[in-house]
Ligand binder design. Structure first.
Ligand code: HEC
Length: 97
């Protein structure tokens, strides 16, 4: 219940951003931001890199499940413990940026 409520509030207040950030994406924000490079690449750069790629969302889901290294720089991304549905929602959101 609490999680659902939190998600609803998040959606309601994220109208200012380009698209609603899924609640599960909070886990990514320790290392990523939408429009600033932190430890990992900014999500807008990720969206640009895979724009037009029909497998983009699939690829991002696999990055979430398996981690990634050597694509953007010297740091590696550890695999994330995210539910499959949430991972899909996050992938969709990133590609909407
Ligand atoms: C501990 C830090 C950390 C966390 C937490 C993290 N990432 Fe990353 N992420 C990275 C780093 C570092 C890279 C660059 C890896 C590389 O160069 O291959 C990266 C790369 C990526 C890429 C680009 C991969 C590619 O093949 O181009 C995507 C997409 C991504 N992260 C999504 C996410 C999502 C979604 C989450 C949350 C579910 C998340 N990350 C959580 C550190 C993190």
């Amino acid at each position: 219940m609490k999680v659902a409520l939190f998600a609803a509030v998040l959606v309601a207040f994220s109208g200012l951003a380009s698209a609603a950030e899924p609640a599960a994406a909070k886990a990514c924000m320790a290392c990523h931001q939408v429009d600033k490079k932190v430890f990992g690449p900014m999500f807008k750069d990720v969206a640009n890199k895979y724009k037009g790629d029909a497998k983009a969302e699939e690829h991002i889901v696999s990055v979430i499940n398996n981690g990634s290294k050597g694509v953007w720089g010297t740091f590696a991304m550890p695999k994330q413990d995210i539910k499959p549905d949430d991972a899909k929602a996050i992938a969709k959101w990133i590609m909407s940026l």
